[in-house]
Design a protein around this ligand. Structure first.
Ligand code: YSA
Length: 351
């Protein structure tokens, strides 16, 4: 190619490029334009590559013209990019303009699950009586769930708690780990850790392999209570639980204590409250009893105290384990325990 032809080619490429650039409004179009003129196979780049075919003097003159054209196109591209970016931002600002006069959208307020509420109320009531809240593991050793509570293997009392076992065997090939059936294992765990006086309550989840009905779930909460000191008697237990019932249900609610059996207490009692639905007359909810049992309790068995290294001749204590679901049912007039775990918003929104 002659030097005049090459100079013309450069001139034409430059004019065409500038002309095209003026019509471009998008970033994609600008990139395509760059590839077409300034890319490795672009029109101007090809012209620059042909410079090598010219004589030295011609190459100097046409080369200077080519470099100027290249610099001009690069600068024009940079300007075009700025222009496109600015107009995009201006467009966005226009689109997203905030109308401060529009009414705000209502904020959806969350609320506590009724069981969370009742657990907090129970804990508050006992904390104000000097108890401290502690928590323990839901996956428990047989040793704590049964043996340290005076329930050795093959003891018939184990039948009261149909258990969900974990695949974990001890040295003798016997199952040794389970989902705890009650919060009572925390009695031994706490007493192993601290010396008397002890005053703790333990909220937590429990599991039993049992059929569900209006008052029974296979997983449910319990709140355990334990007080050990010198001179603690059954009167202290009754006084504490009466005060608790008064705070939660009001002074007019009836409370009943009856003897009950738990291997880890002596003597043992159960506490019930008159049925909210039939006021004691007997109905489906209370299984015609007129009363709904809410907790088991008693004086800590001397063997349990000895097992953790306490001297039962010096220290005595009471313990209790209650079901917060049953307490919430009584307090809010809920007829079926399964409602707590069905995640039905029509139910939950009422609290
Ligand atoms: C007894 C004496 C003590 O010194 C300390 C604690 C206890 C309680 C004992 N550990 C226990 O679990 N007794 S219990 O089987 O009668 O359960 C206690 C409470 O848990 C019941 O009164 C009931 O309110 C609740 N509960 C038991 N099984 C339940 C349940 N709630 C819902 N669904 C179930 N399946």
């Amino acid at each position: 190619m002659t030097s005049q032809n090459l100079a013309r080619t450069i001139e034409q490429a430059r004019e065409a490029a500038l002309e095209e650039l003026r019509g471009l409004t998008g970033e994609e179009g600008l990139e395509e334009w760059r590839v077409r003129y300034l890319g490795r196979r672009g029109r101007l780049t090809a012209a620059l590559r042909s410079l090598g075919t010219l004589a030295q003097e011609e190459r100097r003159v046409v080369g200077a013209q080519a470099n100027q054209a290249k610099a001009l196109l690069e600068e024009s591209l940079a300007q075009a990019r700025r222009r496109v970016r600015e107009s995009r931002i201006a467009g966005l600002a226009q689109e997203e303009r905030i109308d401060v006069t529009r009414p705000g959208r209502p904020v959806a307020m969350g609320r506590f699950h009724p069981l969370t509420r009742i657990l907090r109320e129970i804990c508050d009531a006992f904390e104000s009586m000097g108890f401290q809240v502690v928590e323990g593991p839901e996956v428990e050793w047989d040793r704590y769930n049964f043996e340290m509570l005076n329930i050795p293997r093959d003891h018939p009392a184990r039948d009261m708690w149909n258990t969900l076992w974990i695949d974990q065997e001890d040295d003798e090939g016997r199952q040794s780990m389970l989902l705890r059936t009650h919060t009572s294992p925390m009695q031994a765990r706490t007493m192993e850790r601290v010396k008397p006086p002890v005053r703790v309550i333990v909220p937590g989840k429990c599991y039993r392999y049992e059929a569900t009905d209006a008052t029974h779930e296979w997983h449910f909460y319990q709140v355990e209570g334990l007080a050990v000191d010198e001179g603690i008697t059954l009167a202290n237990l009754k006084g504490t639980l009466y005060e608790f019932a008064r705070r939660l249900f009001g002074a007019e609610r009836k409370v009943r204590f009856r003897c009950d059996y738990f291997p880890f207490v002596e003597p043992g009692v159960e506490m019930a409250i008159d049925c909210f639905a039939c006021e004691g007359a007997g109905c489906r909810i209370c299984r015609e009893a007129g009363w709904i049992e809410i907790l088991g309790a008693g004086m800590v068995h001397p063997k349990v105290l000895e097992g953790v290294g306490y001297d039962p001749a010096v220290h005595t204590g009471f313990a209790f384990g209650m079901g917060p679901e049953r307490i919430a049912m009584l307090k809010y007039g809920i007829e079926d325990i399964r409602l707590f775990y069905s995640n039905d918003l029509r139910f939950l929104r009422q609290f």
